[in-house]
Every structure is written in C-alpha cells, then in structure tokens.
Design a protein around this ligand. Structure first.
Ligand code: UD1
Ligand code: CA
Length: 449
C-alpha cells in the first residue's frame, strides 16, 4: 500500500465557517492531520490531498502533495482531478476523506488487505453498522453482495432504513478505478459527481467489491458540522486518555482532561480534573498535575507538583512545585526543588535548585542562584521601554518583599534587599541595600524604567 488520495476540497458548508473544514482542530491538530497521520502509520508513502485553493497554503506545512480542485463538483470529481495529476501505476490506491479524524492505521491496513488482484477484486470498502438516523450513504446489497451506494438525499424510504453505512474509506485497484471514473454522471439530488457511484459501475463491469466491516463505527464518524466536531473530539480525547491510563498514568476524570497526540507521560503521574496538556510535552514519573492546569511545550521532571497553573514552553527539573495560580509563560528553566507559588509570573527565567518565590512576583529575564528567596511582591523591572534587560541574582540571596529590581542589575551571592527597596545599582556579594534610594533621580531624563 503505497499511494493514497485524501479528499479535502469540499466547501464544508455545514461548518458555517470562513475556515476550510478540514483545518478545524480537535485535540490540538487540524482534522486532516489525524487522517494523514493514520495513513502514514499504515505505511502509505505517497499521499495526494485534493484541496481547494483556500486550503493550499495551510497544507504546505504538512509536507504532502496537493492537487487543487476548482470548482468542487463532488467526491467523484475530486478523484478525477487527483488521478489526472498522478502518473498511473499498477497497484492499490487508498482513498479517504479528510473529514474523518477518528480513523487509525489498522482500518487502512484492513481495507487494503481486501484487494486481491488475482480474484478480480477491484475495491475493498469499509462499511459500518450505525444507529439511525444517520447522514451516511447506505450500502445496498443484492443477494448478500454489495450492489451500490445510495446517498441519503437520494434514498427511498426503504433505503433510509438500511443501517449499513458507507464509511468513506476505500482501497481501489487503480486500474479498475481509472476504467470507471470517467463514467460518473451528476444525475442525483445534489447534482454532483459521486465517488460512491463507482461501486455500481465496478459491479456492472463484473469486478468484485469486498466490504470490510469497521470494528467500531466510532472509528469512521465524519465531521460535517461543529456538533460532530465536538463529538469527535470527545471520542479522540477519550482514546488518548485511555492509552495513557493503560500506560500507568492516573487520570481522575478523562472527560475534563484534555490531551493531544504525541505526549509522553511517566508512570504514576496523576492528572486531576480540568487540565489541558498539549504541544511537545514530556512529563516524568510520579508527577501531580492539576486541577485547573494548562501545560504546553514543556518538560516536567519527576515528582513535580503543578496545581491551578499555566506552564508554557518551559523546562522543570525534578521535585519542583508550581502554584496555585502561577504563570510560567515562556522559556523558563526551573531547577530542582524550586517552589513557585501563588500569583507568580515567570518569563525567560532560570532558577537553580532550592529557589523560592512563594507569592506575588514577576520574574522576567532573570537568573536566580541556589537557595535564594524571592519575597512577596518582587518585580524585575526588565523593560525600559525599548529593551528587555537581565537581572542576575546570586546564591543564598534574600530579596525582601516588594523589592523592585531595575534591570540590568546584579544582586550578589548572599546579598539582601530590604522590603520596598527600589534597587537601581548592583549589590555586591554579602551586602544589603534598604530603602528607596534618593539617587534614583540620577535616572532623570532617561526613559523611565
Ligand atoms: C460522503 C459519502 C458518503 C459517506 C460519507 C462518510 C460521497 C458522495 N458520499 O458523504 O457515502 O457515507 O462521506 O463520511 O462520497 N470533497 C472534495 N471535493 C468535492 C466534494 C467533497 O474534496 O467536490 C471532500 C470533502 O472535503 C470531504 C469529503 O470529500 O472531506 C467528503 O465530502 P462530504 O461532502 O463531507 O461527503 P458526505 O456528504 O459526508
Ligand atoms: Ca463528510
């Protein structure tokens, strides 16, 4: 199985969106990403996406080949356009829709395995029993064999009652597909060229069509509107949670734990409710996260505790405690056993082991030495209106409550600042500064810091 066509050019009118349907996200990735990922893990090496012109720029980032379909005259027309752009090859071509993000690689492997060139099998197609009502195309059988697919809008009353659906995942013998694809007509309720009409055409031409039953209809749910998007997200999220739980992670409430594909989470980590973890994130073992926590693009060491907080693009060593109500917003490197407490915001800050900033502080562009204590209300005044300036604080220092550290500045090892001090000059090792130095007027005329 080496070649696949993914149809994604449709207008997605039912989404009522300015954005192309297949770019709507679930679990942190565009809908179509999930389909492409499943195809790649099934071993497909050549993927062609049929795209609308609006979709083209966004898809460039996915590293797949695109063929533009304009105007969009139906799924059969989309395949005509794709085949015209592809060098004919002898073998199987898998066709899938870009709006079915719940598929996994096994479904593509199973449908491709149904093709048997010697037995004259031209098509393996996934079917699924589904509760009615359903908007899926119905599988019409004749003496047990698949005869044709009828779209809901073209169904007779009796056909509407059929509960075997066309999932929209096919493996065609490419040669047989090419022999019938030109014969589609738009004589149907939507005036479109339906890919599904190739089934009757292949049967007419005495090819074998093999239905492959989906193990679970939830694998093939399509997303056509935002209610279906939410439903699909819930299914996908439950699946991601389950995989981590089976790997030894406790998730107290999967329904309010929001995960993305590709996360690494160590054993005996506990995730409390209302927590979202995404991006390129790695979490160690024995970590406690949540409730009410958001983590993205982070590395979290073993045994950290993060409650009611936001951690973005940051690396935490082991045994760090964060929160409640802390905000690590970008580029922080946090040393082991550091404690970042209530209402503390960190940006591009590096702490050595044992640092404590327990309450109400802003630490930006700062480097803080081992075992230093940052008092409540400490602010690194890192921005002078033009530039971000750095604050360096040595080890075993004591920054008194409400200190304003006017950067660039260095506070030495073992140095201390008194409560309420506006520190405008470097403090040598072991020294202490107190009060609000009158000399701050030296800054007169300069940009206020
Ligand atoms: C389609 C199937 C239906 C099946 C269902 C499964 C057809 C005619 N019907 O119906 O039998 O049960 O999927 O989910 O195939 N697209 C294009 N170009 C177009 C039109 C559509 O690329 O001109 C793309 C869309 O972006 C979408 C996919 O094809 O990703 C399916 O189109 P959609 O309109 O959603 O088809 P359904 O009505 O869901
Ligand atoms: Ca659809």
């Amino acid at each position: 199985m080496s070649r696949a066509i993914v149809l994604a050019a449709g207008k997605g009118t039912r989404m009522k969106s300015a954005q192309p349907k297949v770019l709507h996200e679930l679990c942190g990735r565009p809908m179509i990403w999930h389909v492409l990922e499943a195809l790649r893990s099934a071993g497909v090496t050549e993927i062609v996406v049929v795209a609308s012109p609006e979709l083209e720029p966004a898809l460039a980032a996915f590293g797949v080949r695109m063929v533009v379909q304009e105007p969009q005259r139906g799924t059969g027309h989309a395949v005509q356009v794709a085949l015209a752009a592809l060098e004919p090859h002898e073998g199987t071509v898998v066709i899938a829709y870009g709006d079915m993000p719940l598929v996994d690689h096994t479904i593509f492997e199973d449908v491709a395995a149904a093709i048997d060139f010697d037995a004259g099998t031209a098509l393996g197609m996934v079917t699924a029993k589904m509760p009615l009502p359903s908007s899926f195309g119905r599988v019409v059988r004749d003496r047990g064999s698949v005869r044709r697919i009828v779209e809901l809008r073209d169904c007779t009353a009796a056909e509407r009652e059929i509960d075997e659906m066309n999932a929209g995942i096919y493996a065609f013998d490419e040669r047989a597909l090419r022999s019938v694809i030109g014969k589609l007509t738009d004589a149907n309720a939507q005036g479109e060229l339906y890919l599904t009409d190739t089934i009757a055409l292949l049967v007419d031409a005495s090819y074998r069509v093999v239905p492959v039953a989906a193990q679970d209809y939830r694998l093939v749910l399509g997303v056509n509107d935002r209610a279906e998007l939410a439903a699909a997200r819930a299914v996908l999220n439950a699946r991601l949670c389950e995989a981590h739980m089976l790997d030894g992670v406790t998730i107290v409430d999967p329904a309010t734990t929001y995960l993305e594909p590709g996360l690494e989470i160590g054993a005996d980590t506990v995730i409390a409710p209302n927590t979202a973890i995404g991006g390129r994130t790695t979490i160690g073992a024995g970590v406690r996260i949540g409730p009410n926590t958001r983590i993205r693009d982070a590395r979290i060491g073993d045994r950290c505790r993060i409650t009611d907080s936001i951690v973005l693009n940051s690396a935490l060593a082991e045994d760090v405690t964060i929160g409640p109500f802390a905000h690590l917003r970008d580029g922080n490197v946090i040393g082991a056993t550091t404690h970042i407490g209530n209402f503390v915001e960190l940006k591009k800050t590096t702490t050595s082991p044992g640092v404590k900033a327990s309450h109400l502080a802003y630490l930006g562009d700062a480097t803080i030495g081992e075992n230093t204590n940052i008092g409540a209300g400490t602010i690194t005044c890192n921005y002078d209106g033009e530039r971000k300036n750095e604050t360096t604080i040595g080890r075993d220092a004591f920054i008194g409550s409400n200190s304003s550290l006017v950067a660039p500045i260095r506070i030495g090892d073992g140095a201390a600042t008194g409560a309420g001090t506006v520190v405008i000059r470097d403090v040598p090792d072991g020294d202490r500064v107190v009060g609000n130095p009158a000399r701050s007027i030296e800054k007169k005329g300069a940009t206020p810091a």
